[in-house]
Design a protein around this ligand. Sequence first.
Ligand code: HSE
Length: 444
Amino acid sequence: MTESMKPIQVGLLGAGTVGSGTFKVLARNQEEIKRRAGRGIEIAMVADLDTARAKAVAGDGVQVVSDARAVIANPDIDIVIELIGGYGIARQLVLEAIAAGKHVVTANKALLAVHGTEIFAAAHEKGVMVAFEAAVAGGIPIIKALREGLTANSIQWIAGIINGTTNFILSEMRDKGLDFDTVLKEAQRLGYAEADPTFDIEGVDAAHKVTLMSAIAFGTAVQFDKAHVEGITKLAAQDIKYAEQLGYRIKLLGITKRVAKGIELRVHPSLVPSKRLLANVEGAMNAVVVNGDAVGTTLYYGKGAGSEPTASAVIADLVDITRLHTADAAHRVPHLAFHPNAMSDLPILPMSEVVTSYYLRMRVADEAGVLAKVTGLLANAGISIDAVLQREADEVGGEGSTQTDVIILTHDTREGTLDDALAQLQALPSVLAPIVRLRKEELS
Ligand code: HSE
């Protein structure tokens, strides 16, 4: 460490929750961070439309402006932190910062999942780094683990709880037996869910994150448009209850998997065996399981959001850049783990080609031969049944009810095959309501 070296100069765009955490943690741990980075790290300039808020966050001695472009234009700034979010102005500013020769740290998963190819290419061309640890699972160093810690492995699959809002909602639904809408309102009241929670509850935020992890794990281009995205809005409390009776919990998983024909990339609610650690990740916590051929299964757990947890990831990126910015660009860690000229073109598979197991809930007429028809039809389709649960009609529909719920767990089958069988099942006169189909991941 050269004592005389002046601190690396950082400009911050967006002085919200994470920006404020970044200031606090940098100030509190500055000596240790300096000893790790080899020189000091100083946020010298902050841009935010709300300059009063930015001044309160930054304190004395930091230049506060309302125009982000003033930060990018400042020749003294070495690194720009983008904490604005979204695909709009953030994309412009990141590209302009790169063009100006600045390294970029961002927490913006939406931006990178959608425009990553363009942004990483621009950064490669210019010889600057774009670091994004904070974009996936907040404070959990999962990008570092996938990109560096696991480089020896052929990564086989990743499954993660990577959206805290939905995990909080699912935990509450299970604990209290409440339906989705009631819990969402409560989550908003407590500040766990955004006023507009669409990206969280529809699975989009998780899909952004798993898209980034998939690209790094398999060395493919970032392809959010090919991800299958399904949220938790249609999940019924009774399916959480039935799953529990069968030994499973329902989690919103981001899954990416290497299979013979290509790569699976999907977000949807999944039954997970209750005995798996992942099934026991509750509340707003995040966790990611990575399976590599050499290491086996590894698990990363922690806070996926919040001021200081996310700042922890932002600052780790600042330290990485401080250590590496003088290194020859060709010898730095590649943005997507694999060198740009050694990427794979493995295709992202359509859902019809995905192979997994399923939970089916059917409201049926409680009469002779119904179960035989259902199981016969599945047998004809080559779909093997793992377990069947049938509730007493009285319990389902009240005393004297002539309807009941049949729940079937299948073994692995191709989704296209299951879809065809479901269409036939749905057409049976004794099937009285739309069949509920959920996917099941054994994660073994
Ligand atoms: N909204 C995200 C979540 C946090 O609920 O996990 C930021 O990615």
